[in-house]
Write a protein that binds this ligand. Structure first.
Ligand code: ZN
Length: 98
């Protein structure tokens, strides 16, 4: 039996990087205030902002990463201003009140 002397592999333990689940709030702009909470069993996902208390809930699959849920939330909010434009189309009013 051959014994390898002095060949001890330093056991580098890769720290289990906690998946960053805190994101910036698209509403109040607070950094790392939104916590993503996933429940694979019920396919529920929620994001809550610790600052403005905004809550976003959606259905997910097991493939959904917190970042995906967050992006979904952001895009939901980002889309709104474009759907509701401030500029009203100029509709000529037929006024016969001369
Ligand atoms: Zn917020």
């Amino acid at each position: 039996m051959v014994r390898k002397k002095g060949h001890r592999k330093p056991f580098v333990r890769k720290p289990i990087s906690p998946i960053e689940k805190l994101y910036d709030c698209p509403l109040c702009g607070q950094e790392k205030a939104c916590l993503v909470d996933r429940d694979i069993a019920t396919s529920d996902a929620r994001i809550r902002c610790e600052k403005c208390d905004e809550l976003y809930a959606t259905k997910i699959t097991h493939l959904c990463q917190p970042i995906d849920i967050y992006c979904q939330w952001v895009s939901t909010h980002a889309r709104k201003p474009f759907i509701e434009p401030n500029i009203r189309p100029h509709i000529p009013v037929h006024s016969h009140s001369c």
